[in-house]
Design a protein around this ligand. Structure first.
Ligand SMILES: CC(C)(COP(=O)(O)OP(=O)(O)OC[C@H]1O[C@@H](n2cnc3c(N)ncnc32)[C@H](O)[C@@H]1OP(=O)(O)O)[C@@H](O)C(=O)NCCC(=O)NCCS
Length: 173
């Protein structure tokens, strides 16, 4: 378990299945993310049960508030020892927790873990240009814009650009 000022990160349990299923079915939560086809609750629980253990290259953690409420997921994927680069994803499925600094703290905790424990050199992510709150969170902790993929995301009948961002070891704020 990895602990921050407002959240702690832990392994995902089969008992988290109901929450994940609810979050993945919520159009507001999934608005700026690649939403899977609507999953069944049974399938979601089975996927968690059958998921291989977390590894250096595929780490997915539940974000809990310090009083134990599961509120979202943060992941570091595709970490490579040769490049020291990994890709980060984050979302908070419990909408009533938005705007209270939980994602900012979870970002700091996972990035610190990536740099200190996994010895990463950089962390990469992409974000839809119109996802202003996510961009604000990433900029707050030190991510900088590194590129733009034009019209790389489609939502509500419109194309949106995606911004590529990166954080180097030593830049985390
Ligand atoms: C994006 C998300 C992770 C942010 O989580 P959060 O816990 O609400 O974020 P925080 O409270 O730590 O910080 C939000 C920041 O954005 C700001 N913000 C919120 N709405 C904003 C808006 N419309 N325009 C500009 N800034 C905005 C807040 O003021 C805050 O910045 P501040 O601390 O400088 O005031 C969360 O809303 C979420 O999971 N959304 C759905 C999934 C998603 O989009 N994930 C990211 C995919 S790349």
């Amino acid at each position: 378990m990895v602990i921050g000022e407002r959240v702690r990160l832990r392994a995902i349990e089969p008992s988290d299945g109901e929450a994940l299923w609810r979050w993945h079915g919520d159009p507001e939560v999934m608005r700026w993310m690649n939403a899977p086809y609507p999953p069944s609750l049974a399938r979601t629980v089975k996927q968690i049960e059958e998921r291989a253990p977390d590894t250096y290259g595929d780490l997915q953690l539940m974000i809990d508030t310090l009083n134990g409420r599961a509120i979202g997921i943060v992941a570091l994927r595709e970490a490579e020892p040769e490049t020291g680069d990994a890709t980060l994803d984050i979302y908070l499925g419990e909408k009533d927790t938005w705007g209270q600094g939980y994602a900012t703290d979870a970002m700091r905790v996972i990035c610190r873990y990536g740099f200190d424990t996994m010895r990463l050199h950089r962390i990469s992510l992409t974000v839809v240009a119109d996802n202003t709150s996510a961009r604000r969170v990433y900029e707050k902790v030190g991510f900088v814009e590194e590129g733009r993929r034009r019209e790389a995301f489609r939502r509500d009948g419109k194309w949106h650009d995606k911004i590529m961002m990166g954080l180097l070891e030593g830049e985390l704020r």
